[in-house]
Design a protein around this ligand. Sequence first.
Ligand SMILES: [Zn+2]
Length: 99
Amino acid sequence: MALFKCYECGTQISDKAASCPACGAPVVAQNRSQETAGQNAQTDYNQVAAQQQQAVSQQIKEAQKAARRTTVFSMISGFVLSTLSHILPSLIRGGRRFR
Ligand SMILES: [Zn+2]
């Protein structure tokens, strides 16, 4: 029994499984194309798959970072805006009262 990585999600799957248990991607077609492609093509495929997984995980990390940045920024700008909208009118009113 051999284990290989799912081309969709990277989960280790048995070559006897019909589909990936994690994402449901079909395994049979993937296995057959690997067997007929030969050793070099298989190595290329594995390299491409690894690169794709790295690229995808990098994209996910970047997206998470960007989402965090956006959330923090919107929280800060929302806080500043609401604070200003509460403080500014009272400041203006207060300033007028002192005159
Ligand atoms: Zn999968």
